[in-house]
Design a protein around this ligand. Structure first.
Ligand code: GTP
Ligand code: MG
Length: 360
């Protein structure tokens, strides 16, 4: 485990800090120390100079091999901090890519991760190669021998190969979707922040036993099953969870699996109702933003307030009011105990029947 010892740098808010620890764990790092700072966007190191020196000492003391920072760093910031501390520095995006890389199991998911990795490298290629030439640091090894042009060309070539393969996968999906449409089965998708309980609900509704988990990004590919609602057949999909501060190119890379949401008649936006309102509000906002990026209209969305076993009905009502969710567009459920599931089924059915024009 020695080589996975990490010093973490994140923001002080408890849930942001906890989420970053979860991200580090999911990438199989050992968080040896967690430091916080209100500002991680200083120009030289990301953190301020004093904090950077503190981190350098910590790395030495703990014999850590990597610094993980909860922000998107420019290559120069990564380089400066790596040079100061003598170990690799990885930013939030890199960490998320590492998790995806470890967990992606389907061929399509692997290609999507590859595409996201290449986009990440492309945006940094120029500065990285230049920096590597001025003296190699951990994380920049081997790059110094490249010319900027050749490195960029190399990445571009790999991007087009991956894109070609992804296009084939997308076409297969499209055909599959068209065949489902032909039978006119309505499509319903579960979406929401990672850990909200989408897969737990999927399992509850379809009697499946897909993996659920406490960490982040348990599910990395879409899974669809048929479901009978009052003898009406619908197709239910479980999808990849969202996370805040996810860059556009990552959503773009995952678009072919997330497109399931674009084509759904109804999207069930699953929320963890047991969270404090501030956290819930930030997570809701990042989900709504991502859904809008995927061209999902608000009229297609039903809010599913999950984990009702961990909170009271009054509390949920209060949160719903604070979040200004339309009471007619929400259902309170527990995937764990089954509470509210029958109501959820009938609300889904009603929405599919009542407004077929709005819902396509
Ligand atoms: N108490 C309680 N826990 C729940 C409920 N639903 C899900 N959980 C727990 O919440 C955690 C996350 O559940 P998942 O179903 O894996 O969440 P997900 O939304 O699919 O997460 P990703 O696949 O990472 O996007 C697991 O530990 C579940 O056991 C619920 O209704 N009540
Ligand atoms: Mg899941």
């Amino acid at each position: 485990m020695q080589e996975r010892k990490a010093v973490l740098l994140t923001y002080p808010e408890t849930f942001i800090r906890d989420e970053f620890v979860d991200l580090a764990l999911a990438a199989e790092y050992h968080p040896s120390s967690v430091k916080t700072s209100k500002n991680l966007v200083y120009s030289k190191y990301g953190v301020g100079e004093g904090k950077a020196l503190e981190i350098k000492e910590l790395v030495k003391e703990l014999d850590a091999s990597v610094i993980l920072i909860d922000e998107t760093l420019r290559s120069s910031q990564e380089y400066n901090l790596a040079k100061l501390a003598g170990v690799q520095v990885k930013d939030r995006e890199k960490l998320i890519l590492e998790i995806f890389n470890r967990r992606a199991s389907s061929a399509e998911a692997k290609l999507q991760v590859k595409l996201a990795e290449l986009s990440y490298e492309m945006s940094r290629a120029k500065e990285k190669v230049k920096l590597a030439k001025s003296g190699e640091q951990p994380g920049f090894f081997g790059l110094g021998k490249y010319e900027v042009d050749r490195y960029q060309r190399d990445i571009r070539r790999r991007v087009s190969t991956v894109n070609r393969k992804l296009e084939e996968a997308r076409k297969r999906r499209e055909l599959y979707r068209a065949s489902r449409k032909r039978f006119e089965f309505p499509m319903v998708s579960l979406s929401g922040y990672t850990g909200a309980g989408k897969t737990s609900l999927f399992n509850r509704l379809t009697q499946e036993s897909k993996t659920t988990g406490e960490g982040v990004f348990t599910t990395l590919s879409t899974c669809t099953r048929a479901l009978l609602l009052n003898s009406k057949k619908v197709l239910l999909s479980d999808t990849v969870g969202f996370i805040s501060r996810l860059p556009a190119y990552m959503i773009e890379a995952f678009k072919s699996t997330l497109e399931e949401l674009t084509y759904s008649d109804l999207v069930l936006l699953v929320l963890d109702a047991s969270l404090v309102t501030d956290e819930l509000s930030i997570k809701l906002e990042s989900c709504e933003k991502t859904l809008a990026d995927l061209s999902v209209s608000p009229s297609q969305v039903l809010y599913v307030l999950n984990k009702s076993d961990l909170t009271t009905a009054e509390e949920v009502t209060e949160k719903v009011a604070l979040l200004q969710l339309h009471p007619n567009r929400m259902v309170r459920v527990s995937a764990k105990t089954g509470e509210g599931i029958e109501e959820l089924k009938s609300v889904v059915l009603k929405n599919l029947e009542v407004s077929p024009i709005v819902l396509k």
